[in-house]
Write a protein that binds this ligand. Structure first.
Ligand code: PAF
Length: 277
């Protein structure tokens, strides 16, 4: 496994081989969810590249950029058995003095995470396009857990004619259903005990839809009631939307994306499930 810190080194490594490459962009503090993306990249490609870069431009001024968990030694040991290249640039390498170009995907960034975190997707799409240009993979792997991020990246790739296949990978969960996330580490033991309610409420939505409930508002009400039983949980939004446009729907129409952001103290967790026929 080669660890590359500059754009020139990463470009050189890519140039040296014409083999197919799968790419997993990450912000580090890796867990089994990331490794499942890496494994899927390994299955379909001769080479696997992973980037570790806590991208400052996707954090709002009051968000956790400074405190975002970092553990490079642990990350590299997790990646070693599965990865050929790790690209780990500095902030200055990615955003040198005078940097002034941004990617904005309009429309699907207006709602959900986009409206809760202004500027977030501008930072995500900018860094992902830069990483794509530097690494030049054939395929890139993203988790379904960040459903809107996935939709934004797919749209950007389509609109800019980027010649990279975007592969969506299922959410990896702890045994009690909590979606794996680097931010789970912020939870207190009590909050951690309450946090599986997110997935329980998604399962409830699925069950209600299966039983024939077509009213999205009624499903949202039941989910809200369940989550509110946990005193630590503070709902930011629950959305039931068209899975492609991410526009809210009133009547269940498949496939529908049920997604949510819920705060546990200062920790904000997101999760989602696609309702399918
Ligand atoms: O999902 C993430 O970890 C980040 O948003 C990404 C895609 C690596 C861009 O910084």
């Amino acid at each position: 496994m080669e660890v590359l810190k500059t754009i020139a080194e990463m470009r050189q490594a890519r140039k040296a081989s014409k083999k197919t490459m799968g790419f997993v962009p990450t912000m580090g503090y890796l867990h089994e969810g990331h490794i499942s993306l890496v494994r899927q990249a390994r299955e379909k490609n001769k080479l696997v590249a992973v980037s570790i870069f806590v991208n400052p431009t996707q954090f709002g001024p009051k968000e956790d950029f400074r405190t975002y968990p970092r553990d490079t030694k642990h990350d590299l040991s997790m990646l070693k058995p599965h990865t050929d290249f790790v690209f780990m640039p500095s902030d200055e390498e990615m955003y040198p003095e005078g940097y002034d170009s941004w990617v904005e995907v309009k429309g699907i960034t207006d709602m959900l995470e986009g409206s809760a975190r202004p500027g977030h997707f501008r930072g995500v799409s900018t860094v992902v396009l830069k990483l794509f240009n530097i690494v030049q993979p054939n395929r890139a792997y993203f988790g379904q857990k960040d459903a809107q991020q996935l939709a934004v990246i797919k749209k950007m790739v389509k609109d800019f004619d980027v010649n990279i296949d975007i592969v969506a990978c299922p959410t990896v969960r702890e045994s009690d259903g909590l979606a794996m996330s680097s931010r789970n580490t912020y939870l207190t033991p009590e909050q951690r005990r309450s946090a599986p309610v997110l997935y329980q409420s998604l399962q409830l939505a699925q069950e209600l839809a299966k039983q024939g409930e077509w009213d999205a508002l009624a499903i949202r009400k039941e989910m809200t009631k369940l989550i509110q039983k946990e005193s630590q949980a503070d709902i930011e939004y629950i959305s039931i939307a068209d899975n492609e446009t991410l526009k809210e729907i009133h009547r269940i129409k498949y496939p529908a994306l049920v997604s949510m952001a819920v705060r546990f103290g200062r920790t904000r967790l997101i999760d989602n499930l696609v309702l399918e026929e």
